[in-house]
Design a protein around this ligand. Structure first.
Ligand code: AQP
Length: 347
């Protein structure tokens, strides 16, 4: 069975971009057709300036929202990255396979490091190396597919390179995964600046629809979205990024095609109104389920505990195999077991 792995980092409140670009695909498609693992990648949230209490809070919130969006623990594994040591254990080995040059070429690193320097802050070494940890997340579970939004495809490419290099040097150990993306809304843009991604660690509140915004706040943000200087509604991401973004969001929520939908509208106002109502209708079941889950925090805790146990059991053999393949001496107990197994085999 195909194995799917993907993650979400608790660096801020989840956005409509996270939902349409990732979560929705995970819960409506991936968990039904594959052996799927979904992870709150909390270690990744430590790569930028962070408040410990906030990361803890956001980690719980991200897991709750993932379940509210429809992740079903009977169908998939939901867990928190730091609960499964194998990810960090494998990351170091992959750092010994990755090069300094390839890490510095990562676009997210360049953008986030520049933003950090502009603010007068220092850049954490982990911001440079975290794509290797992401590779470890994926490879430890031998994932075949990694459903991600556009912004993460470069990191999945790196993961493929590291897997192939490791396999070539040390013997076949890892599955080489591939990125998958949603057909529309693979990059939802900021409503106030449609040339930038709608990002959860962004400061510009009015341009970002958060999954836990109240319905009227969602409507207001969409009605105030920046459009373009033209008047006719045309799907043209290059020349009309604001309108194209709204059409993509509408298409993602209603199932249509963005270009065809554009032809149905005579004004930006009518388009915005329909987008706002489509988003509210799309998010309503998530809000309802989220309220129920918040009333039962023990359930979320149990899902995460059971998910971590499953994920650990799944990752352990692959990570142990990587340790052996790269030339590390197995711990004594494993060595003794290996000898007795060999002797039993000979006898
Ligand atoms: N705007 C987006 N449109 C489509 N997909 C998106 N994703 C993120 N933003 C959009 C996808 O959501 C999944 C989880 O994302 P993440 O938590 O790894 O990262 P992020 O939301 O991009 O958040 P950061 O890095 O903390 O900060 P920002 O957002 O400020 O860059 C991924 O599959 C991602 O592609």
């Amino acid at each position: 069975m195909t194995r799917v792995f993907s993650g979400i980092k608790p660096t801020g409140h989840l956005t409509l971009g996270n939902y349409l670009g990732a979560l929705r695909q995970w819960v409506t498609v991936d968990q039904h057709r594959a052996d799927a693992l979904f992870c709150v990648v909390d270690l990744h949230a430590l790569t930028v300036d962070h408040d410990p209490a906030r990361v803890r809070r956001l980690s719980r919130q991200a897991a709750t929202l993932l379940l509210a969006a429809g992740a079903d623990p009977e169908l998939c594994t939901v867990f928190v990255q730091s609960h499964v040591d194998e990810h960090a254990r494998l990351s170091y080995l992959l750092e010994c396979v990755a090069t300094d040059g390839e890490m510095r070429r990562m676009v997210q690193y360049k953008e986030k490091a520049a933003r950090e320097r502009d603010r007068g802050g220092s850049v954490r070494l982990s911001l440079l190396t975290y794509p290797v940890l992401m590779a470890a997340d994926i490879l430890a579970h031998r994932a075949d597919e990694v459903p991600v939004g556009d912004d993460q495809t470069q990191h999945v490419e790196l993961t493929r390179d590291l897997a192939e290099r490791f396999n070539q040097r040390y013997g076949h150990t890892f599955t080489v995964p591939r990125a998958t993306r949603p057909e529309v809304a693979a990059r939802v843009m900021n409503l106030q600046d449609p040339t930038s991604k709608m990002g959860k660690s962004d400061d510009s509140g009015p341009g970002i629809v958060y999954l836990l915004d109240e319905p009227d706040v969602v409507r207001k943000k969409i009605m105030r979205a920046v459009t373009d200087s033209g008047r006719d509604v045309v799907y043209d991401p290059e020349e009309r990024p604001g309108v194209a973004n709204l059409l993509e969001i509408l298409a993602a929520c209603t199932g249509g095609d963005p270009a065809a939908l554009g032809e149905e509208y005579g004004s930006y106002g009518a388009l915005k109104k329909d987008v706002a109502e489509a988003v509210v209708a799309e998010l309503r079941p998530v809000w309802d389920r989220h309220r129920e889950l918040c009333a039962d925090p023990g359930y979320v805790e149990r899902v995460l505990r059971d998910g971590a146990a499953k994920a650990r059991a799944l990752a352990r053999p692959t990570v142990d195999a990587a340790y052996r393949a790269i030339g590390l001496l197995p711990p004594a107990v494993e060595a003794v077991e290996a000898v007795s197994e060999a002797e039993a085999g000979v006898g």
